[in-house]
Design a protein around this ligand. Structure first.
Ligand code: IPE
Ligand code: IPE
Ligand code: MG
Length: 254
């Protein structure tokens, strides 16, 4: 029998181990501007392509069995970009809220928001609240949108709430602080992915990411597709999380 070998036959993607899928994945969706610049396009086109990519990645997360996906959509520092870019980003968010939420709802995705509403246009605030309300009973995937989010702002907000409650200083614990963050009730991210190669946190989940695994890829966000996500999850599966302990202890616990 003659074996037919095709030159361009794709090698199958390595399988994902269902026991090593991160429960909570967080993504710093970075590189839209550079993606556009590389193609001689306006930065806003990069943001538009980024929005399209988000849809694909949400679907891939459902397929791979990720339970929670947190995305960094707009930071408290992003207000300092040129007004035309800020306006374009707000319009894209509005498009997502107008067009994508129904689809997400149909697919069983629960939308949550982390960040502050102060500074967000009232009509957008209303649409965010409605999206959260509409999808609140869905349980296929939690899509946690970090919009007008900053890790330092979140901690300041938590401290203010705790002080206002009159809680005695000695009662303030890790747990108490966690319960006053925007992410209260959501487990810490297992894996934080940053696209576009930057090696920094940029004020994202600075408390919650204390023991998260980090994965940085040079791929720009609009090109970060399902196969790129698969690579990140495979790499996560190879990591050994020690949480400050030694290997032997971790082995005994598992
Ligand atoms: C990420 O892409 C999107 C937002 C920050 C809203 P950038 O706009 O930061 O793209 P680069 O980093 O300039 O390429
Ligand atoms: C982080 O990206 C914020 C988002 C992806 C929404 P930035 O592009 O704003 O981060 P820096 O400025 O490069 O640190
Ligand atoms: Mg950037």
């Amino acid at each position: 029998m003659v074996a037919v070998i095709r030159d361009n036959e794709e090698t199958p993607a390595p399988a994902l181990d269902p026991d090593r899928i991160p429960r909570h994945v967080a993504i710093i969706m970075d590189g839209n501007g550079r993606w556009a610049k590389q193609r001689g396009l306006p930065r806003t086109e990069g943001h538009r392509q980024g929005k399209e990519n988000l849809r694909r990645i949400v679907e891939a997360c459902v397929e791979f069995g990720v339970e929670i996906l947190t995305i960094y959509a707009f930071s408290t520092e992003n207000w300092e970009r040129p007004p035309s870019e800020v306006n374009a980003l707000m319009s894209i968010l509005e498009l997502v809220l107008n067009q994508e939420v129904k689809r997400l709802h149909k697919n069983g995705v629960r939308v949550c928001h982390i960040g502050k509403m102060d500074g967000v246009a009232p009509h957008l605030q209303e649409k965010i609240r409605k999206a959260v309300e509409l999808t609140r009973n869905n349980d296929r995937l939690i899509l946690n949108v970090a919009f007008n989010y900053g890790g330092r702002d979140e901690i300041v907000h938590a401290v203010q709430e705790i002080v206002r409650s009159g809680m005695p200083a000695e009662e303030i614990t890790d747990e108490v602080i966690s319960q006053h963050l925007y992410t209260r009730g959501i487990p810490d991210p297992d894996l934080i992915i940053r696209t576009s190669g930057e090696l920094r946190v940029s004020n994202f989940l600075i408390w919650q990411g204390a023991y998260s695994e980090y994965y940085v890829t040079p791929v720009y966000w609009p090109d970060f597709d399902k196969e790129e996500l698969r690579k990140a999850l495979i790499e996560y599966g190879r990591r050994r999380r020690r949480f400050g302990k030694i290997d032997e202890q971790v082995e005994q616990e598992s």
